[in-house]
Design a protein around this ligand. Sequence first.
Ligand code: NAP
Length: 247
Amino acid sequence: MFDLTGKVAVVTGASRGIGRAISEMLARQGALVALTDVLGDAVGQAAHEVVASGGKAEGYAMDVTDTAGVQATIGKILERHSRVDILVNNAGIVRDNVALRLKREDWDVVLNVNLSGTFTCSQAVLRAMMRQRGGRIINISSVVGQMGNAGQSNYAASKAGIIGFSKSLARELAVRGITVNVVAPGLIDTDMTRGLPESVRNEWASKVPIGRLGTADDVASAVCFLATDEASYISGQVLAVNGAMYT
Ligand code: NAP
């Protein structure tokens, strides 16, 4: 498909789900992928499996809420490879409840991981990308950030925030050859949605005009496209991968 040979990519929340699929697909296109995640063992194993299937990959423990840790890990990757061409801010969590009953700590942690984590990791690669005069930042939002969802005001706010952040960053970095885009998945079959009650999953699935849940690979394909040289004139955009659930 597209050739990412020679590119160095960093993916957050990469040990499972969508982040794992993105890492595997970037590696299949030829990129060297630094898989990062909170748990070092899990991400080390994921990286090992990418290498076993013929890709170039390394695993790093990195919690996106730990600013010093993010800077140290990105520093290590830069020391080793001298560049970061692609950053995929994928790490994300949910802590659902109706706003009336939402605990302050559940508001804070969702905003911290999803939105502030995206800022922290982006800032950590910016100097290198500016020096390289090029780069791709791809942030994973959600259909919920575009349309809202009862019981997910914290998650929706974090995902809508990612869109505003990305559009601003795209304008700041355009002259440096760095593009910043958003991929907004709909209902994707991963652990995150497998945790929903069957009735909720079925109700959501019935609202998808394409007639099925998305796969992690559906999202990964969109990310990989935005990571290529061919996507160099696309920036500040939101690419929805939602089976026409929200248009
Ligand atoms: P997932 O299966 O729950 O995986 C999320 C990954 O993020 C896990 O590996 C998790 O690590 C990691 N993570 C959590 N907190 C972190 C932190 N502080 N620092 C670094 N990594 C952290 O979720 P997913 O479904 O693949 O979702 C991936 C992204 O897509 C998220 O941003 C999510 O909001 C977005 N999204 C998903 C859907 C969907 O339907 N699944 C729809 C729209 C958007 P642990 O394994 O240690 O928990």
